[in-house]
Design a protein around this ligand. Structure first.
Ligand code: UDX
Length: 441
């Protein structure tokens, strides 16, 4: 099948490359010329396991094309995905400028029957706006082209996006058209072989499904973080509580790991957007607002713990930080807890020596060079002359460090563990002081 994908960001590129990987013919289009040139040369703008190799192989085999020519791109696909950015406005609602611009472009150039699919995470009602935009452009043209609008939200996790796309739990399609249903059946047939993963529903329900899924997961995280904070006050250990509740299949073990808050490009943005949608239609989303504020507070807890330990005397101190990305296996620093921590430490007059397996360049890009930030080449190099080690991201490389080395390198043998990676009792036996999340050891 011939597919056009507008936007070569995270969602667009993964979608395009994976559809090409299963045999479709895909043209990815972007307004950014240097990005398209780099992609043609095999340079991938993001770090995502497995993506580079499928982009390169499908490009060289001719199934994946890159262009900046919108007219050529619109002429190409029977399915036209809109996968451009929807950055949050000041009030948290998604800015649809780029989505609607693509709809306008499709309306200008489309001359064959096609399905226009919104893949970007967009507020409920956006597909109707896309349709209205197409209608209005077509009304100025002297042609009659049947086109269909659908919503097909993505549920990709960063760090696992390629495998999530190739092995989806479900494929949600919002539509009321039989043309769309058969086009989507054909498009997704390669992912649908063992059991039917396609779920057709009305457009608005599909749009809301995406927000509901992310808001539910964010709620689980804020819930466990809140209980972790209570555990600290009442002298309980959240890790035992987590296992105790996770064993109930109605609760489950997933997404109840306490920590220093959720970050990334999806949860913070999507919870805010759903809050803003709800308020706009006159509903007060109390639970979702609490999910967000609990998370904001949780991101401050690492600093609070360090600050309490040193009785507010952080000026001139140095802290080692392991892990800067919002989660392992990505270089993404958007809404990362490490940023809240580092910025608070700097505000208090402390210096940071940090290491992350992938996000060093991104950290440099965000903060530039500053005297109070030293980016180190190894995790060990952060430790010397540091007053404590603080962990923000649970990279595998941090799972089993040489604790004796940590102890002998730090000025103060203190580990503040924002992801509860270590066993407090074992560390204490070794003479290390340990502060985790929700652990009243
Ligand atoms: C998420 C959704 O999982 C995905 O389905 C959706 O399409 C996009 O948003 P992603 O943002 O890539 O994916 O990351 P995810 O692995 O879900 O983690 C999000 C954040 O939650 C991370 O900061 C992570 O550290 C945190 N988290 C996750 C917890 O603090 N505790 C948990 O138990 C799980």
């Amino acid at each position: 099948m011939k597919v056009t994908v507008f936007g070569t960001g995270y969602v667009g590129l993964v979608t395009g490359a994976c559809l090409a990987e299963v045999g479709h013919s895909v043209m990815c289009v972007d307004v950014d010329e240097s990005k398209i040139e780099n992609l043609k040369n095999g340079q991938i703008p993001i770090y995502e396991p497995g993506l580079e190799s499928i982009v390169k192989s499908n490009f060289s085999e001719g199934r994946l094309k890159f262009t900046t020519n919108a007219e050529e791109a619109v002429a190409f696909g029977t399915v036209q995905f809109i996968a451009v950015g929807t950055p949050p406005d000041e009030d948290g609602s998604a800015d649809l400028r780029y989505v609607l611009k693509v709809a306008e472009t499709i309306g200008q150039y489309l001359n064959h029957e096609a399905v226009v699919v919104t893949k970007s995470t967009v507020p409920v009602g956006t597909s109707d706006k896309v349709r209205a935009q197409l209608d209005s452009v077509f009304s100025t043209r002297d042609v009659s082209v049947p086109y269909h609008v659908a919503s097909n939200p993505e549920f990709l996790k960063e760090g696992a996006a390629v495998s999530d796309f190739l092995k989806p739990d479900r494929i949600i399609v919002g539509t009321n058209s039989s043309f769309v249903e058969s086009a989507m059946q054909e498009l997704y047939a390669p992912f649908n072989r063992n059991h039917d993963r396609l779920m057709f529903m009305d457009v608005r329900s599909a749009e809301l499904t995406k927000y509901a899924a992310n808001a539910m997961l964010a709620t689980k995280i804020s819930f466990i973080n809140e209980v972790a904070n209570i555990a600290e006050y009442v002298g309980a250990d959240i890790e035992q509580v987590r296992q105790g509740i996770g064993s109930d299949p109605r609760i489950g073990y997933q997404f109840i790991y306490p920590g220093c808050g959720y970050g990334g490009s999806c949860f913070p943005k999507d919870v805010k957007a759903l809050v803003s949608t709800a308020k706009r239609v006159g509903y007060q989303p109390e639970l979702l607002e609490a999910v967000e504020s609990v998370n904001g507070r949780q991101k401050e807890r690492l600093f609070d713990k360090v600050n309490n330990y040193f009785n507010g005397d952080l000026k001139g101190r140095t802290f080692a930080i392991w892990g800067l990305a919002f989660k392992p296996k990505t270089d993404d620093m958007r809404e990362a807890s490490s940023r809240v921590l580092m910025e608070a430490l700097w505000q208090a007059g402390a210096t940071v020596k940090a290491y992350d397996p992938e996000a060093m360049q991104e950290t440099q890009r965000i903060y530039g060079s500053r005297e109070d930030l030293q980016l180190m080449g190894t995790k060990e190099a952060c430790l010397s002359n540091a007053d404590a080690l603080i962990i923000c991201t649970e990279w595998k490389a941090f799972w089993a460090p040489d604790f004796e080395f940590i102890k002998s390198s730090l000025n103060e043998p203190l580990i503040v563990d924002g992801r509860n990676m270590y066993n407090p009792f074992r560390l204490e036996e070794m003479g290390l002081k340990y502060i985790g999340i929700g652990r009243s050891n």
